[in-house]
Design a protein around this ligand. Structure first.
Ligand code: SF4
Length: 369
């Protein structure tokens, strides 16, 4: 059974009712045995868990320290292109937005990579808008060898591809694919994705399965917090993670928990997730899955990112640009969304070290595998 069929077999109404009628007794039971239990995840994400936040934070901190030590993996997004053939009403790259469009050629890509290498990064996330014809498999295949020659860990966050295309990119050195469903509510999804291939909820939902079958080392899942009820979306993200781990146990997984940020022509969050809610979310996922990598981008403020260190987060970006060519020549007209933490990598690392954490630039060497 695919995850699409699995999801169609779940009743959103029943899950929502259970989330919002959860009792403190159920939360206390969940705290006793949270690992791998979707029942416990539901309880920990519920409003009834809010009074237990301190207890959840302490347990989450301990588990994160036991599994990941004081290490925080450092990565940086490199925007290849802001061309996009989709309309997503929360994103500055939407096709109807009248912004300057740019796709990096190989020389421009090399120039960006030099700047990023000078910041010490060795793990890179290649990002692009979704434009099948101009920034498709041929483009990715042409740039990947150069990127892999400079970075030991290469992830992509681009449009959903075919299984054979993922296999082709694995052959060129691809290590990870980030593919965020944005929301697990098909109605909300349809409302926010109004034109282009991204309208296809089912094809996107089944992408992680194609990625896993193609033998990619790591898959990153996520929802855009604010599009729909974050508690229910997070719970269904947990279901998706559990499904994938049980079907594709060789693959590693990470989750990203981005909150909706302002952008050119963008919308305001429908459902606001407070800082306290974000803490609950991170702790609930850590208690549910001890191995899970959790990343936090520069969408969040410096103060919050510093305070969340050690709680459950294991991956951070710093000094990010969200525009193609932005490391060499920043141009605010090309941004995908506004960044909140604008500190340099050195400043972020200094803050990290002051709290007893180690920034890790490289934790992967293919020759040892
Ligand atoms: S979210 Fe992705 S697909 Fe949608 S407009 Fe932005 S870049 Fe394009």
């Amino acid at each position: 059974m695919s995850f699409l069929s699995y999801l169609q077999g779940l009743s959103r109404e029943k899950l929502s009712l259970r989330l919002y009628s959860c009792t403190s007794k159920e939360v206390e039971k969940a705290l006793q045995s949270p690992q791998g239990s979707l029942e416990s995840l539901l309880a920990l994400l519920s409003p009834a868990a809010e009074p237990y936040l301190e207890q959840m934070a302490q347990a989450s901190t301990l588990l994160t320290r036991q599994r990941f030590g004081a290490n925080i993996g450092m990565y940086l997004p490199l925007y290849l292109s802001n061309l996009c053939a989709n309309e997503c009403d929360y994103c500055g790259f939407s096709m109807s937005n009248r912004i300057k469009r740019k796709t990096l050629n190989l020389d421009e890509l090399n120039a960006e990579m030099s700047v990023i290498k000078s910041m010490s990064y060795d793990s890179i996330l290649l990002v692009s808008g979704e434009h099948e014809t101009k920034v498709g498999i041929d483009y990715f295949s042409s740039v990947l060898p150069s990127v892999k020659a400079s970075f030991s860990y290469v992830a992509i966050e681009v449009q959903p591809l075919k299984e054979t295309e993922y296999s082709q990119l694995v052959g060129l050195g691809l290590d990870a694919v980030m593919i965020y469903q944005e929301t697990y509510n098909p109605q909300t999804y349809a409302k926010h994705h109004t034109r282009g291939n991204k309208k296809d909820f089912a094809y996107r939902l089944e992408t992680p399965e194609r990625v896993a079958r193609a033998g990619v080392d790591k898959i990153g899942l996520g929802v855009l917090l604010g599009l729909d009820d974050w508690r229910l979306d997070a719970l269904l993200l947990g279901h998706h993670l559990e499904y994938l781990e049980s079907h594709f146990w060789r693959t590693r997984y990470s989750v990203s928990l981005p909150r909706l940020r302002p952008c050119t022509g963008g919308i305001a969050p429908k459902v606001e997730l407070t800082d306290k809610g974000l803490v609950q979310l991170i702790c609930a996922f850590r208690l549910f899955n001890h191995q899970l990598e959790i990343s936090l981008s520069t969408r969040e403020s410096a103060e919050l990112r510093d305070n969340l260190l050690g709680l459950g987060v294991t991956q951070l970006s710093a000094g990010s640009s969200t525009q193609p060519g932005g490391y060499l020549a920043p141009d605010t007209q090309l941004d995908q969304f506004e960044i909140s933490d604008e500190r340099t990598p050195n400043e972020v690392c200094a803050a990290m070290k002051a709290r007893g954490f180690n920034p890790v630039w490289k934790d992967w060497e293919s020759a040892w595998v």
